[in-house]
Design a protein. Structure first.
Length: 218
């Protein structure tokens, strides 16, 4: 797995806990605002349904969880919380894959990636993107939810891009200036792996036969 995308950056703590039942008398104290924006209950329900379609099986998020998570992000000392930046890098990699017609992805995986990318790029999501620090919280949740279904495919695609760049340099042209299919990437990947094994073997062993135990002159 690409190291940049594999090193997990956990979402805010409030999103990792199962919401506890709330007594009616405490409902008024529940938070429902994210960065000054009030979360509508119906929109939160739609958001949870979307997460279920991406494979989420845990309990649905409630408004208080999301608002508390946003407060955690606002307390972050950096301009963009590491967890948000990390998930957005994942989204950028998925977007490259979706937009590349040369990559023959599995239909179901491509469909999920397309839905994730459309959500991240869209303007009709749960939390307005322009809100400072917290505007990408819902996008990060969407990416984190779908990533188990996308990780292997995106990782293979990133390696495909790497080998396509190498092939382009050898040909003296742009990476998109020649045909390079998934099957060709698989062949190049296997050849590179075999070369790596061979080079390691050469470093650890010698082409020369083992030396004789005694030196004799006849």
């Amino acid at each position: 797995m690409n190291a940049i995308l594999a090193t997990a950056r956990p979402l805010p703590t409030a999103l990792q806990q199962r919401p506890a039942p709330i007594a009616p008398s405490a409902q008024r104290r529940r938070r429902s605002h994210v960065g000054g924006f009030r979360l509508a209950a119906l929109e939160v329900d739609r958001f949870n349904a979307f997460l279920i379609s991406l494979g989420r099986s845990q309990a649905p998020y409630d408004r208080d969880q999301l608002a508390t998570a946003a407060r955690e992000l606002c307390d972050c000392s950096t301009g963009l919380a590491p967890t948000i930046g990390f998930q957005m890098r994942r989204a950028a990699a998925a977007a490259l894959m979706v937009d590349d017609p040369a990559w023959d992805a599995d239909n179901e995986t491509r469909a999920i990636a397309s839905r994730v990318v459309s959500y991240v790029r869209g303007h009709n999501d749960l939390i307005p993107d322009q809100l400072p620090r917290v505007g990408r919280l819902d996008d990060a949740i969407v990416i984190e939810t779908a990533w188990p279904l996308l990780a292997a495919e995106v990782d293979e695609y990133l390696d495909y891009r790497r080998l396509r760049r190498i092939e382009a340099r050898l040909r003296g042209c742009a990476p998109g200036g020649f045909g390079f299919t998934r099957a060709q990437w698989q062949h190049a990947f296997r050849a590179e792996a075999a070369l790596t094994i061979h080079q390691r073997s050469v470093r650890e062993h010698s082409y020369l036969p083992a030396s004789a135990s005694r030196f004799q002159v006849h």
